[in-house]
Design a protein around this ligand. Structure first.
Ligand SMILES: C[S@@+](CC[C@H](N)C(=O)[O-])C[C@H]1O[C@@H](n2cnc3c(N)ncnc32)[C@H](O)[C@@H]1O
Length: 268
């Protein structure tokens, strides 16, 4: 099945945005709220064991994959749409001395390049919201898990339609325009063949991340000359305005972050 060109644009835009110097300066290599602490929590809830084969869909620069391999001793395969992120993930695993427990490849979450039932657990952090075809992505997660396998996501949520001003925030990070309510993610995964769903609010992690980014943006405004090469064309005052807007939307309960888990049913 071929992508619609608008879907392809969203994936390329998302990949490009998250491999940019701007993101690296403001987020570092861990590209999701809650950092590796939340990744640890997800690994604990999924009860990862050394014999598990884990797939990290949209693994970004590989920080979580390396961390899970190091912490739980499991084998982690990371997949990302961006070839630059895949290369960074391989390099990161080498510096963490977990290359023997990890492997990374370029690919699309909606068309996973793996056989049916290849994995014991699938994770995806701060990425499901960006997939244009969530039904397809959910079915692919179910397909590559064996029966009884576990899925664990953490992701951005919305509580309903956002105020019109928020559209500029979504346009800026175009790939989060596909955010759903936590309940919509849950029911989507149920339709894909998951059951025994578990949902946990993690909005505080998002709020903390936005606070850190806002602090860094204020520092960057002071050090604009020094950071110019890393920031490229980024309009700092617009970035500050949007980060403030993000904090307001979180405070108002319009935007949040959630952890969602499920088990792949026998019949899927
Ligand atoms: C917010 S980052 C999260 C990265 C990583 N999970 C983390 O938490 O550090 C989103 C990632 O999704 C990747 N991505 C977006 N659409 C994708 C797709 N259709 N298939 C695979 N990766 C995708 C991007 O390249 C980017 O690395």
């Amino acid at each position: 099945m071929l992508d619609r060109s608008s879907d392809r644009e969203i994936k390329i835009c998302c990949g490009t945005f998250y491999q940019s110097d701007f993101v690296r300066v403001f987020l570092g290599d861990v590209l999701h709220p809650g950092g590796l602490e939340l990744t640890r929590h997800l690994g604990d809830l999924l009860e990862l064991k050394p014999e598990d084969k884990v797939l990290d869909i949209a693994c970004g620069r590989g920080a979580s994959a390396a961390y899970l391999a190091e912490t739980f001793g499991c084998h982690v395969t990371g997949l990302d749409y961006s070839s630059e992120n895949v290369a960074a993930a391989q390099a990161h695993a080498a510096t963490r001395h977990v290359s023997h427990l990890t492997n990374f490849r370029e690919g699309d979450a909606e068309r996973l390049p793996f056989d049916d039932g290849s994995f014991d657990a699938v994770i995806s952090e701060c990425a499901y919201c960006t997939f244009p075809n969530k039904v397809q992505a959910g079915s692919e997660m179910a397909r590559v898990l064996h029966a009884g396998g576990r899925v664990g996501l953490t992701d951005m949520t919305v509580s309903g339609p956002l105020p019109s001003d928020a559209q500029s925030l979504l346009t800026w990070v175009a790939c989060i325009a596909g955010c759903c309510t936590a309940e919509e993610y849950v029911s989507g995964l149920q339709k894909a063949g998951f059951s025994r769903m578990f949902l946990e609010d993690q909005t505080q992690a998002l709020l903390d991340m936005v606070k850190i980014v806002r602090g860094k943006l204020s520092m960057a405004a002071l050090a604009a000359g020094f950071l110019k090469s890393a920031l490229g064309d980024v309009d700092l005052s617009e970035a500050k305005r949007l980060a403030k807007l993000a904090a307001e939307l979180i405070d108002a309960g319009s935007v949040g972050y959630a952890l969602i888990m499920g088990i792949r049913e026998e019949q899927s």
